[in-house]
Write a protein that binds this ligand. Structure first.
Ligand SMILES: [Zn+2]
Ligand SMILES: [Zn+2]
Length: 247
């Protein structure tokens, strides 16, 4: 068989195989479970669920992405010296996405990493981060005890998805040195204090590296920035951060 004929037979089999697979296992919406149309299958969400994702507003703090509608100064950046350059997110941490992240983390529904991982690259469309050349992706670590309880680290799973998407290595350069109290119960200052010394470096940072931190949710950015401080101190040139959702 000629080479071109062989290639077209291969293509036919591949396309036929994909069509057969989608016939046998039709795609379902990752959020509500309804059957997806052909045009919806790639995003893993039905049109109705997609419409429930709340996009980031146009007016944002240029560093921490705090919504700035009607504000001149970012209340989240007040008296703060950031170690990271910018935090971006794919969407707001509200409504459906908030529910999905909750299901992913606390309901331990690992299958949701596909869907949330599909949303995450939108955080890189942001002009503040778009076109930056990153050397590696670094997940925000969970304490080993918490990771054992949950069965996985949601940030590490998302980082692996993003690494594959961007063709970048994922380097677990950080670890939690102690179990911290849940951040949700604290205000901004307490959050920073709660995390003091909570992360330590493991491994070696590539010289002058520009690194991208990944987490599921940003609230005040305290976790990201504590991680960024450790990475910068160890030699990273620049650290940016992305999350699926921002509160
Ligand atoms: Zn749906
Ligand atoms: Zn800000």
């Amino acid at each position: 068989m000629a080479r071109t004929e062989f290639a077209s037979v291969q293509k036919l089999l591949r396309e036929g195989g994909t069509a057969l697979l989608s016939l046998l296992f039709p795609a379902h919406c990752g959020a509500c479970g309804c059957r997806l149309g052909d045009d919806e299958a790639a995003g893993l969400l039905c049109r109705e669920c997609r419409s429930k994702i709340i996009p980031m507003p146009e007016h944002l703090c240029h560093v921490c992405s705090h919504p700035m509608v009607g504000l001149f100064q970012c209340p989240n950046c007040e008296d703060r010296h950031w170690h990271l350059s910018v935090i971006t997110a794919a969407c707001r941490h509200e409504g459906l996405v908030r529910e999905l992240i909750h299901r992913f983390k606390y309901g331990r529904d690992q299958s949701l990493v596909r869907l949330l991982g599909r949303l995450l690259p939108a955080a890189l469309d942001d002009s503040r981060i778009h076109g930056k050349r990153f050397h590696a992706i670094v997940p925000v670590p969970l304490h080993p005890v918490r990771e054992r309880e949950r069965g996985f680290n949601q940030s590490a799973l998302l980082a692996l998805r993003l690494g594959k998407h961007l063709n970048l290595p994922v380097l677990p350069l950080l670890k939690r040195s102690r179990i911290t109290a849940p951040q949700a119960r604290f205000d901004r200052h307490q959050r920073m204090e709660n995390l003091e010394g909570a992360f330590i470096l493991r491994g070696v940072i590539p010289a002058e590296a520009t690194l991208l931190l990944v987490d599921d949710v940003t609230t005040t950015g305290a976790t990201f920035d504590t991680c960024a401080a450790v990475l910068k101190k160890a030699g990273a040139r620049e650290v940016c951060a992305v999350s699926v959702a921002r509160g």
